[in-house]
Ligand binder design. Structure first.
Ligand code: 13P
Length: 252
């Protein structure tokens, strides 16, 4: 019922020429894999070039962030109206944005609403910090992040949630499949309480945090995990291809 999704978050990596080279290495391999939605999220300045390089393929494109206004005097910002011409997805509320750029729940909510309004599919990131995890606050933290991000959001179609425990991002210390599955089923239950059971059941929820070709199977085997948001390993064509291939084999 839920088509698995693997998204590569390239973060602040790759120049335009490097981005073109990287997508060139992956394009034909990725295009051949079906039953999995494949999304790459390069930096803003490479969206157009990567979009050109994947034209006619089954690969989809995402941005890593956006501002919530459509246009105006916001020097340096990128709007949903601009993105919708270039890509289908947009990552919102990544923990790096929350941490380094002070994005609050309120700002993230504005971005989620603006993305949906523009016709973009938000990949909403939520996840607890190490100290919150150790204090047994995971459920409270992710529930609060969900509730604040989704104020005024009525329709969940197109929304994707990524559970990314902050302690697992870029650390090489991934959650276990069981841990991730447990928190993701809790997220699905919260969504069923906030919306309808049916909407929650068809919602895609991904795991993110130190996913590699070596551990992807552990996550994908879990019933509640619908795919992954991959950082570092998405910058390596062989790794990313292997992650998508294993996903298709297990869940596709
Ligand atoms: P890593 O896969 O590098 O841990 O990054 C995860 C992430 O933040 C994806 O958005």
């Amino acid at each position: 019922m839920r088509v698995p999704l693997i998204a590569g978050n390239w973060k602040m990596n790759t120049t335009v020429s490097e981005a073109i080279a990287l997508i060139g290495e992956m394009r034909s391999g990725l295009d051949k894999i079906d039953r999995v939605e494949k999304v790459v999220c390069p930096p803003f300045i490479s969206l157009a070039a990567v979009g050109e390089a994947i034209k006619g393929s089954s690969i989809r494109l995402g941005a890593q962030n956006m501002y919530f206004e459509s246009r105006g005097t916001y020097t340096g910002e990128i709007s949903p109206l601009m993105l919708v011409e270039l890509c289908q997805f947009v990552i919102i509320g990544h923990s790096e944005r929350r941490q380094y750029f002070n994005e609050s729940g309120e700002i993230i909510n504005k971005k989620v609403r603006a993305a949906i309004k523009a016709g973009l599919k938000p990949i909403l990131c939520i996840g607890e910090k190490l100290e919150e995890n150790e204090a047994g606050q995971t459920e409270a933290v992710v529930t609060e992040q969900l509730e604040s991000a989704l104020v005024g959001v009525g329709d969940l179609s197109g929304l994707v949630i990524a559970y990314e425990p902050v302690w697992a991002i870029g650390t090489g210390k991934a959650a276990t499949g069981e841990q991730a599955n447990e928190t993701i089923s809790l997220i699905r239950r919260s969504m069923a309480n906030l919306y309808h059971k049916e909407a929650a059941r068809s919602l895609l929820i991904l795991y993110g945090g130190s996913v590699t070709a070596d551990n992807i199977a552990e996550f994908i085997k879990q019933p509640e995990i619908d795919g992954a948001l991959v950082g570092g390993a998405s910058l390596n064509a062989d790794q990313f291809l292997s992650i998508v291939r294993q996903t298709a084999k297990i869940k596709g």
